[in-house]
Design a protein around this ligand. Structure first.
Ligand code: FUL
Length: 510
């Protein structure tokens, strides 16, 4: 009898040992999925746009294309300064208007004389694209180039075959002379009454991917990143990276569709939010930059809504980014550093409604949401009727901002979620709720004080996965909430504290 029990024990032990040694595979990804270049674009969060050209010297936004190149003479031009400003403020890439609508080229193209080679700058021997490429490479930032399809100088503009040849030839110069290009930016802008012609977008896109496989292409409809549909830098609060490129017409954007994306979309085309730090895209002596607080607000409404923020900071006519813009960016950086320096969730214990593989497999444990890495994430057990992550803090703490991230290499899943706190009466009260998450969702709400929180996923395209959860106190934003919660709401047991407004010392010059 004893022997039998002993053998049974051995069999049981060896079975549980061998089964626990085998790993549970990760859950299935859900289509569509991002490419490697789309992932690295998204991880970058912010890009700095540089509008620079003859317009900088003529105080215009859309140059006629017939300004004499002799006007182009930046006496202190320094792309190292542009790149340093970008890097210090946390931007991952810089994107230059290699050619804007006026057709003037910032590199010495072999296909036109309307370029830096006809200007007094460096006696016509200079190349701004080359200088910026070298500076960006040295600083470890990515380089993007804007080649405007609309060209108000080039004589063949309007003749479809000739102009497409011209455009492709210039694009080839840009993509073969300057090393790695991370982004190619083009738009459908064109003035009223301008010559009609067809752009061979499909050929352009194939050529770009062929010459620079690591580059993403931005346009109104992708293929790799889409225009968000406004020039205010603001995405819709529901923002899918899913999209149907075939429904998007370049130059004829459906603003609502572009802003929110499409939960049924077949393509992965995340949105990029372009906005200028100044009223104009080009530098004008009379204009001033936005304040750091305004930039912070834009950050919440772009990066915090699953997008990349493309902030334009135009160099001035001496060829440098102006001091007041640098100051606004430095203050913006300090605000972000102060807010994101400490994730309150790190002071707590995380548990979940269920965990894939149970407690024996720590790879999908709720604590994974504190690792700043998309490849570590919490996954629930399959076929659950609730999905929750609980956070028990060591002590009752003030907070007013939620950061959530999905491991988007596995697809975008979450449709609806909310954050609850436990009141003194033992009830759960919702402090904020939202729709899509994607790579990153940031939600501000009225300041509350609590010790126990739960993040609840209400609806999802597939089992939800969470790669990061952050809880913060933002003492700078002036906000009610994204969901327009009444400023009088009061949670018994957990205090609701009205923000006093932002610190005046953090205001920039406007
Ligand atoms: C638009 C252009 O018309 C503006 O001048 C600016 O370059 C903006 C970023 O894109 O389409």
């Amino acid at each position: 009898m004893m022997m039998k029990k002993f053998y049974l024990m051995i069999i049981f032990l060896s079975f549980s040992f061998s089964s626990s040694a085998l790993k549970r595979p990760p859950p299935l990804p859900i289509l569509p999925l991002p490419s490697a270049s789309q992932l690295s674009w998204q991880f970058g969060n912010m890009a700095l746009f540089l509008h620079f050209g003859t317009n900088t010297f003529t105080d215009t936004e859309w140059g006629t294309g017939h300004v004499d190149p002799s006007i182009f003479n930046p006496t202190n031009l320094d792309p190292h300064q542009w790149v340093q400003v970008a890097k210090d403020a946390g931007f991952s890439r810089v994107i230059l208007t290699a050619k804007h609508h006026d057709g003037f080229c910032l590199w010495p193209s072999d296909y036109t004389d309307y370029s830096v080679k006809s200007s007094p700058w460096k006696n016509g021997t200079g190349d701004i694209v080359a200088e910026l490429a070298a500076a960006a490479r040295e600083a470890g930032l990515g380089l993007g180039l804007y080649l405007s399809p609309w060209d108000r100088h080039e004589a063949c503009y309007g003749k479809t075959l000739e102009y497409n040849e011209y455009y492709i030839a210039q694009m080839t110069e840009l993509l073969t002379r300057y090393g790695d290009i991370k982004e190619v930016w083009l738009d459908g802008a064109k003035g009223e009454g301008e010559k009609d012609m067809e752009y061979f977008f499909e050929s352009w896109f194939s050529l770009i991917h062929q010459l620079q496989p690591g580059a993403v292409i931005f346009s109104d409809g992708g293929p790799d990143t889409r225009w968000v549909g406004d020039e205010a830098g603001i995405a819709a609060s529901t923002c899918w990276s899913l999209f149907n490129s075939s429904s998007a017409l370049i130059g004829n954007t459906d603003y609502e569709y572009s802003s929110g994306g499409d939960p049924y979309g077949h393509n992965w085309v995340p949105a990029e939010c372009d906005v200028s730090i100044r009223p104009g895209w080009f530098w004008h002596a009379t204009e001033l930059p936005k304040s750091a607080i305004t930039l912070l607000d834009l950050y919440y409404k772009s990066v915090g809504r699953n997008c990349l923020l493309l902030l334009n900071v135009p160099p001035n006519s001496s060829g440098l980014i102006s001091d007041e813009d640098v100051q606004a960016l430095q203050e913006f950086t300090k605000l972000r550093q102060a807010i994101f320096s400490s994730n309150i969730a790190k002071n707590g214990v995380l548990t979940a409604s269920s965990t894939r593989g149970g407690t024996t497999d720590t790879r999908y444990a709720p604590s994974s949401v504190l690792e700043e890495n998309i490849h570590s994430y919490w996954a629930p057990e399959e076929n659950q009727n609730e999905w929750m992550i609980y956070l028990n803090l060591a002590e009752s703490t003030l907070f007013n901002m939620l950061q959530v991230q999905e491991p988007i290499h596995m697809g975008q899943r979450i449709i609806k979620f909310h954050l609850d706190i436990l009141t003194g009466e033992g009830d759960w009260k919702t402090v904020t709720s939202g729709t899509t998450v994607g790579y990153q969702r940031l939600l501000r709400f009225l300041t509350v004080k609590s010790k126990v929180l739960r993040f609840v996923i209400d609806k999802s395209r597939a089992d939800p996965l969470i790669s990061y959860l952050g809880i913060y106190l933002d003492t700078f934003s002036i906000t009610t909430t994204e969901s327009n919660r009444s400023s009088h709401s009061y949670f018994s047991g957990s205090e609701v504290i009205q923000l006093k407004g932002y610190n005046q010392s953090h205001r920039a010059s406007i």
